[in-house]
Design a protein around this ligand. Sequence first.
Ligand SMILES: Cc1cc2nc3c(=O)[nH]c(=O)nc-3n(C[C@H](O)[C@H](O)[C@H](O)COP(=O)(O)OP(=O)(O)OC[C@H]3O[C@@H](n4cnc5c(N)ncnc54)[C@H](O)[C@@H]3O)c2cc1C
Length: 394
Amino acid sequence: MPKWQNWSGLIEARPSSYRQVYSAQEAAGLAKRAAQTGQIIRAVGSGHSHQNLVGNDGTIVDLIGLAGVGEIDTAEKTAWIFAGSKIHTLGAALCTAGLALANQGDIDQQTLAGATATGTHGTGLKLRNLSSQVVGVELATSEGEVIECSADSSDPFLQNLWRASRLHLGAFGIVTKIKMQLVESYKLAETGWQATLDETLEQFEKLCLEHRHCEFFWFPQTDKAQVKCIDETQAEPSYPLAEEGSRVGWNYEVLPNHRPVKHSEMEYSVPFERAIDCMKDIQALLDKEFRQIKWPVEFRGQGADDVALSPACRRDVVTISVHQGAEEEDEPYFRACEEIFLSYDGKPHWGKVNYLDGEQMESLHEEWGSWWEVRNAIDPSKTFLNYYLRSLSD
Ligand SMILES: Cc1cc2nc3c(=O)[nH]c(=O)nc-3n(C[C@H](O)[C@H](O)[C@H](O)COP(=O)(O)OP(=O)(O)OC[C@H]3O[C@@H](n4cnc5c(N)ncnc54)[C@H](O)[C@@H]3O)c2cc1C
């Protein structure tokens, strides 16, 4: 039996088969066979999620062969992108056509389908997560069909399918192609500095309003915060790129960072206006009960979106992330943080650690019921639900 593990090495699975696919039809054939034999099938991206979204004892499908930028519409600023494309492969290809992703996360190692599956986001109070930029989806279903849905579908079911599958959790089918809303290509200049945590919290709202991107890391047991703001620039890119905090270059050169140290992570989005108080509670928790934790806490502003199951659905948020080394115990720390996050109306990132059950998730997401209704209609045999997702739906 093949062994699969996620990026941190903390989640493992032994599927009965691990398959690479090279076409949507091949993906549909595999999905149909899984459904007929009562097996689970889950697609994998880069395995960068800290939650057991992929693991199962049936089939894991890798879309390594379905990568690259397809049809581009420069007038509409959209492109169909094959689902297995790693985000770091997209920047230069889109830039050649004068286009770019409006935003992206802290790293660019994820696949596009993997990133949209969990609502992956960057920073920016006027910017939204990647799922909100999905305007069309092609997917292979458990009935063996390849179907397309989009914001423009005239069939109401397909419109609902598009709406729900923007943040898809791999639960609707094997996503084979995604149509992304893009923007004109742009260059960015970064500024990084150190300040005290108190000063930084005091200025955070102003910084978020003044800059395209704003975030900071606070280092526990110190009063030190490392702040970073990024803005559009007309300046020419400067190569070789400088260190993080002072780069000038194209969007796809400045936004992603190198984060090689293996860790686990919990992230909750809390309403923007409550985030500073929440952060102070997390600081007090670390000061009083978890003085051994040295991993930084990340604090990022993010704009409201309209994506079902998104932690930023219809509210501006700050995402607060807590980390622990992959070799070290994380659960007592993460559980204590989760209690604080929940008391601030926090909602967990789908690709990171949380300990919530289906009932709690339902209470957090207004569109929970309609999301599951569409999912169950497209995959009544539950072929695409692994044990983690089944535990949420039961
Ligand atoms: C170092 C690091 C930094 C990170 N930084 C950020 C950040 O800045 N912002 C942020 O929001 N998140 C961040 N994350 C989390 C990460 O972006 C998400 O967990 C993302 O979902 C991972 O993408 P992936 O390609 O690795 O997908 P995987 O983790 O492999 O899979 C995620 C989900 O997508 C599904 N899936 C993948 N491909 C397909 C497909 N073709 N069809 C159907 N389903 C599919 C899987 O079944 C699974 O449900 C980070 C994670 C790490 C480890």
